[in-house]
Design a binder for this molecule. Structure first.
Ligand code: FER
Length: 187
């Protein structure tokens, strides 16, 4: 499935955007949990235009620089809504290379295993701190968070990411302690 298609339709839900605006969104908030490359975005905009889900008007910027401003067509609005309301099966588990290494841990010495886990713990703690900063920024506004807030979607992805990283960190701590436990060496 072309999920990028729906990411772009979703970004256009509130009004017109240029290709540059859309690319900027993928570099900011949305890109934190749904990345897309420059090279994927422009062909997708072309495809969505050909399919009639979006349309554009050409504006002139400065003296001669042309800029396309994209909007959803009625068909695009319907397509977005149909996707948003569709119930999907859960996707297969996201691949995590570290978990593949963890699975093969019996090939490592206690010291090597401890080093690997310590490094991962450090990096996951940095990621968690990053998320916590974003969360504090989001919640600093005067409005209480609720379903009616325009930031509710951001709140949802951020709180989920926080829970995931907290769980990851506590698991890493638990396993690190087990690795370092003073038990008899494997023969
Ligand atoms: C943010 C919104 C979402 C953010 C991170 C996320 C760091 C999600 C990250 C993830 O799922 O890993 O503003 O800022």
């Amino acid at each position: 499935m072309r999920v990028l298609k729906y990411a772009i339709l979703g970004l256009l839900r509130k009004g017109e955007l240029s290709g540059y605006d859309i690319t900027s969104y993928f570099k900011a908030e949305l890109g934190q949990f749904w990345s897309a490359k420059h090279s994927q975005i422009y062909p997708e905009l072309k495809k969505l235009t050909d399919e009639g889900f979006i349309t554009f008007r050409t504006t002139i910027q400065g003296t001669k620089l042309e800029k396309k401003m994209y909007t959803l067509t009625d068909s695009g609005k319907q397509e977005l809504h149909a996707w948003l309301t569709r119930h999907h099966p859960i996707p297969e588990t996201v691949k995590d290379e570290f978990m593949l290494k963890a699975y093969f841990i019996s090939s490592l010495s206690r010291q090597e295993a401890a080093d690997l886990f310590t490094d991962q713990l450090l990096k996951r703690k940095e990621k968690l701190a990053d998320l916590q900063r974003s969360y504090e920024k989001l919640m600093a506004s005067a409005e209480p968070m609720s379903f009616s807030s325009p930031d509710f979607g951001h709140y949802l992805v951020l709180t989920k990411a926080l829970e995931r990283e907290k769980t990851y960190v506590s698991w890493l701590e638990h396993i690190s302690a087990m690795i370092q436990e003073d038990t008899q060496e494997r023969p």
